[in-house]
Design a protein around this ligand. Structure first.
Ligand code: SAH
Length: 325
C-alpha cells in the first residue's frame, strides 16, 4: 500500500479519482484557517508559530485558510510561518504555484513531520491519514494470520506478533487493521505539542471506536475499484482508527478532543452561516451550488458522519473551537 500510493501520488492527478472537502467548497479551508487563528490566540499568540499542513494536495485548503486568516486576523498571518509535509514532487509543484505567488509568500516543504522545526505548532491534515499503509490481520480458528500481497492476490502467513488491544477480540474470520505509521505520527505530533505548544487537527474517514473490518478500498475515476489491480494507478485508502490515534497521543502526554462527526464539527464552526453569507452575494445558480456543497460535507449520509475531526493539543490549552461541549 505504501509503495502503490507513493507511485500513485508521484505520477497521477488524484483529483480525477476523488473529491476532497476543500475541493468541494472554499468554506472548508476558510473555517480551518479561522480555527487555527483562534487556537493561536488561546496559545498566547506566539510569534514564529508554524502553520503546517500534512498532505496538502493541490494546496486549496491552505489557500482558502490563508485568505481567511489574512482578512480576519492579520496579526496571526504576520506571526506564522508556513510549512508543508508532502512527499510527491508533482504535488509540491502544484502547491508552490498556488501558495507562493505574490503576497501569499513563502513556504518550506518537508518529507515527514519529524523534519518540522521545534516551534509552537498548528497542524492541519485533511484526508492524509487514510492514505497511509495499513497491515491486515485475519482471525482464524487456530490463531492470527497476516495478509500479504503476492502476484496481485492476498496470501495469508502466520502473524508475528499477533494484534493486541480492543481489536484482538475479533471473531473468527474477521479482519483487523493496524496503521502503525498513523499511530507513530500521533505519538510524534503529541510529543512536539507537549514540548513546544500548539494543536493539531486531523480530519478523515473512520469510526470513532476501534472496530474490526476490512476497509481497504480503491477509487478510480470516482468509482470503487479492485485495490490489488494495477498497483500505483489508483488511490488506496483505509479507514482511520481514531481511538488508536487518540490513545497513542494521550500516552505521549497530549490532550485529545473528539473525534467528532465532521458535520457537527463544521456546523459548530459556522459552516452554514458562512456559506449563506457568501451565497447571498452570488447569482442564484452559484448560491444553490454553494449551499449544496455545504450539505455534502455535513449530511450524515454523505461526509457528515463517517468523516471525523480529532484534535491533539498541549494539555494546558482549552478545547479548541468546535470541540467544547
Ligand atoms: N489534503 C488534501 C489531499 C489529500 S490526498 C485535500 O484535502 O485535498 C493525500 C495527500 O497526502 C497528497 O497530497 C499526497 O501526495 C500526500 N501524501 C500521501 N502519503 C504521504 C506521506 N507518506 N507523506 C507525506 N505526504 C503524503
Amino acid at each position: 500500500m505504501a509503495r502503490a500510493n507513493a507511485a500513485y501520488y508521484a505520477t497521477r492527478d488524484p483529483y480525477r479519482d476523488f473529491a476532497t472537502a476543500p475541493e468541494i467548497t472554499q468554506v472548508f479551508g476558510e473555517l480551518l484557517g479561522a480555527w487555527a487563528a483562534v487556537t493561536w490566540q488561546s496559545m498566547g499568540a506566539p510569534d514564529g508559530v508554524l502553520l503546517a499542513e500534512m498532505g496538502p494536495g493541490r494546496g486549496t485548503l491552505m489557500a482558502d485558510a490563508l485568505r481567511a486568516i489574512e482578512q480576519t486576523m492579520p496579526a496571526f498571518r504576520a506571526a506564522m510561518r508556513l510549512h508543508l509535509v508532502e512527499t510527491s514532487p508533482r504535488l509540491r509543484a502544484v502547491q508552490a504555484q498556488k501558495l507562493c505567488q505574490g503576497k501569499l509568500g513563502q513556504a518550506t516543504w518537508h518529507e515527514s513531520a519529524a523534519e518540522l522545526p521545534d516551534r509552537p505548532l498548528l497542524l492541519l491534515a485533511n484526508e492524509f491519514l487514510d492514505a497511509l499503509p495499513v497491515r491486515q490481520f485475519v482471525r482464524r480458528t487456530d490463531g492470527w494470520s497476516e495478509r500479504h500481497v503476492q502476484g496481485g492476490r492476498f496470501v495469508e502467513l502466520p502473524a508475528s506478533p499477533p494484534p493486541t488491544g480492543a481489536v484482538a477480540e475479533a471473531a473468527s474470520g474477521q479482519v483487523v487493521e493496524l496503521c502503525e505509521l498513523a499511530c507513530r505520527l500521533a505519538t510524534e505530533v503529541a510529543r512536539r505539542l507537549v514540548a513546544s505548544g500548539g494543536a493539531a487537527l486531523f480530519i478523515d474517514y473512520g469510526p470513532a471506536r476501534s472496530a474490526p473490518g476490512d476497509s481497504l478500498q480503491a477509487l478510480h475515476n470516482g468509482q470503487p475499484a479492485d485495490p490489488l489491480a494495477e498497483p500505483g494507478s489508483r488511490d488506496l485508502t483505509a479507514h482511520v482508527d481514531f481511538q488508536a490515534l487518540a490513545e497513542a497521543a494521550a500516552r505521549a502526554g497530549a490532550a485529545c478532543h473528539g473525534p467528532l462527526p465532521l458535520g457537527l464539527f463544521l456546523a459548530r464552526l459556522g459552516l452554514f452561516q458562512r456559506t449563506d453569507a457568501i451565497a447571498r452575494a452570488q447569482p442564484p445558480a452559484r448560491a444553490a451550488a454553494l449551499i449544496e456543497s455545504a450539505r455534502r460535507l455535513a449530511e450524515p449520509d454523505q461526509m457528515g458522519r463517517l468523516c471525523k475531526a480529532l484534535s491533539i493539543c498541549h494539555p494546558a490549552l482549552p478545547p479548541p473551537p468546535g470541540f467544547a461541549e
